[in-house]
Design a protein around this ligand. Sequence first.
Ligand code: NAP
Length: 301
Amino acid sequence: MLPFSRIAVVGLGLIGSSVVRAVREAMPTVHLTGYDADPDVRATALRLDLCDDIADTPGAAVIDADLVVLCVPVGAIGTVAGELGPDLPAEAIVTDVGSCKAEVARALALALPTHAIVPAHPVAGTERSGPEAGFATLFHGRWCILTPLEGTPEVATERVAEFWRRLGAEVERMDPDHHDRVLAITSHLPHLIAYTIVGTASDLEEVTQSEVIKYSAGGFRDFTRIAASDPTMWRDVFLTNREAVLEMLQRFSEDLSQLQRAIRWGKGDELFDLFTRTRAVRRSIVEQGQDDAREDFGRSH
Ligand code: NAP
């Protein structure tokens, strides 16, 4: 039996449009309603025939839903939950896809105190955004982390877990604070570093912009992919997961200073040992199926 039969997806960008595409493929009998605050996105969703219905307000989208999936930037999740709350059926379950969980869980609990809430984070994405960027297989073989609230009924968490499994994801449960610390180092800090490197390179005066672009294959272009990620989404992530990001950034700065010293004093062994350890991390990621094993990310040359 399907875990849900009437699903409303609020926010039809990269993740929301991937969710609806994946639901269409995996659970074709489910009735799908979509909503996005941006009228252009709603028009595109209609043109692409992403859902059975596109609603004009968040309330109209959820009025007969048994699952609501909030796919908006983390800074907007509490607001949008408050807007749709009065029209939400009492037995509907609410989940989200936000990249930070502790603050989002608090905002959802405040906005919807009587509903079953199962915050979720599918650890899958690309640097693109908008309804045309989504695709049905985005969650295949990727982890989806659930951070149920203390009072969330087990049956609600299990139904949301089954929903994500049907979209191809592997499901794990985590404490929200722990999630935010893990993602601070595996996702948020790498994005911050990419934004910094690309920003620094574009500010350099003695190296021209055209040289930066021309010789980017030296490693720089891999950072530009991450640094091309959606500015609204990432602004919200850093402001929402502030504590964990600052803690990891402190640790990172100390390690960077140590590397600086190793280079200054010619400590080749120290550099070699670190680079050997980091190579092994890459091998483990490929072995666990979390990245393409082909060299240079499978680019054709
Ligand atoms: P996106 O492509 O920019 O889509 C977000 C959509 O939500 C946009 O169409 C946006 O409209 C709309 N929106 C903003 N505020 C809204 C509101 N109050 N009510 C209704 N719609 C609203 O972003 P995304 O990459 O799909 O990210 C969505 C969520 O997924 C975020 O919480 C993010 O943290 C999470 N996530 C992202 C990734 C990733 O790699 N991208 C991975 C995992 C999780 P506008 O056009 O007006 O902005």
